[in-house]
Design a protein around this ligand. Structure first.
Ligand SMILES: [Fe+2]
Length: 354
């Protein structure tokens, strides 16, 4: 981070700690819902930090200033939990050695995981194509070493998630996690292939007896069900055969499907589901199809106020620390061969039909 930018940002954060929240002031200016004070969250609701796509170039062990700002913002906002939709490190290159892969996860630990852990914020990961792609060739993993290192890292760091696991045999690739009021199914969408075995597992997971009717039900995976950004509307960049999987998720009453990979923030509805394509927290901003604007580095805060049942999403531009309005997003993203996604409101109720 450049010194001037860092100083300005630290001043903002310091001000926020003293005066309630500078960010809340920014939100009020734009007519968005204020964020709850960092110290009083979750008394009668839930506050989640949603992030994705942190990685830099292949092999890199450090993170951009936008990621640093995002981590600091999360520490200040103290969500109940952070969900990361994948691409935490920069693998998926066969020439990277095991020690390089290890060094990348150590970099993630130092820059992201440890500061959050120290601030008492747990992080639920989904595995992205750069963390450990599930792409196969002749029945074997193409990026097996990446998957092994991801497995080792998260095996070592699963401790603070332990109390929430409902099913964790394939953690961190596929697992079910619950706390009162929240039911999360993490799927392995680290490549386009979410096969029939996994689809059966997802169905079973969503029908778990541990899931309560009042739980907010989230499904998170790296690749999305449809195309959002330029350069990503092609085979291999979205989950294959999405209609069938969408039908399964719709039938199971999933509230929100969260994805990354397209580096473009777009809250939408598609195939009868509520979707959230997260912007990249790090580098590689992309243009939403039909839009002239690149999606800036961002993170999303999701707050659920139980008494009103209102769920409110606020997405923060990590360059300006301003909330982003969805007014500038195209009304729909429509690409031949992919399900149409229509822009939706950032405020919604669980019971509302979409
Ligand atoms: Fe990705």
């Amino acid at each position: 981070m450049k010194q001037t930018g860092r100083r300005t940002f630290l001043r903002l954060i310091a001000g926020a700690a003293v005066s309630g929240s500078v960010l809340d002031g920014l939100l009020r200016k734009t007519g968005s819902q204020p964020l709850g004070p960092a110290s009083t969250q979750a008394a009668d609701g839930l506050k989640l930090g949603l992030i994705s796509d942190l990685n830099g170039s292949y092999g890199s062990t450090d993170y951009s200033s936008a990621v640093e700002r995002g981590v600091t913002l999360l520490m200040q906002q103290q969500p109940d939990l952070v969900l990361c939709a994948g691409d935490m490190v920069a693998g998926q290159k066969r020439s990277l050695t095991n020690s390089q892969l290890k060094a990348m996860w150590a970099g993630f630990e130092q820059s992201v995981w440890a500061p959050l852990q120290k601030a008492g914020v747990a992080l639920l990961p989904a595995i992205g194509n750069h963390d450990g792609s599930s792409q196969q060739h002749q029945g074997g993993w193409i990026y097996g070493r990446e998957r092994q290192q991801a497995d080792l890292f998260w095996g070592k760091h699963r401790g603070n998630l332990q109390s929430g696991f409902i099913e964790s045999k394939r953690f961190p690739f596929q697992y079910v996690w619950r706390r009162p009021g929240l039911f999360v199914v993490v799927i392995d969408a680290s490549s386009a292939n979410v096969d029939s075995t996994q689809r059966q597992w997802i169905q079973k997971a969503l029908n778990s007896t541990h899931r309560q009717p009042e739980d907010l039900c989230l499904v998170m995976g790296h690749l999305p069900l449809t195309a959002f950004s330029e350069g990503r509307a092609r085979a291999g960049e979205c989950i294959s055969n999405p209609q069938e999987l969408a039908g399964l998720l719709r039938g199971a009453g999933v509230d929100l499907v969260i994805s990354g990979h397209h580096h473009a923030w777009y809250p939408s509805e598609s195939m009868g589901l509520r979707l959230l394509s997260l912007g990249a927290m790090g580098s590689g901003p992309r243009r939403i199809i039909g839009s002239g604007v690149f999606s800036p580095p961002s993170l999303t805060l999701l707050e659920w106020s139980r008494p009103s049942e209102l769920i409110s999403e606020t997405t923060i531009d990590l360059n300006t620390l301003q909330p982003i309005t969805n007014n500038d997003l195209p009304a729909q993203v429509s690409v031949p061969g992919f399900p149409v996604a229509r822009r939706r409101s950032m405020q919604w109720q669980r019971s509302s039909l979409i």
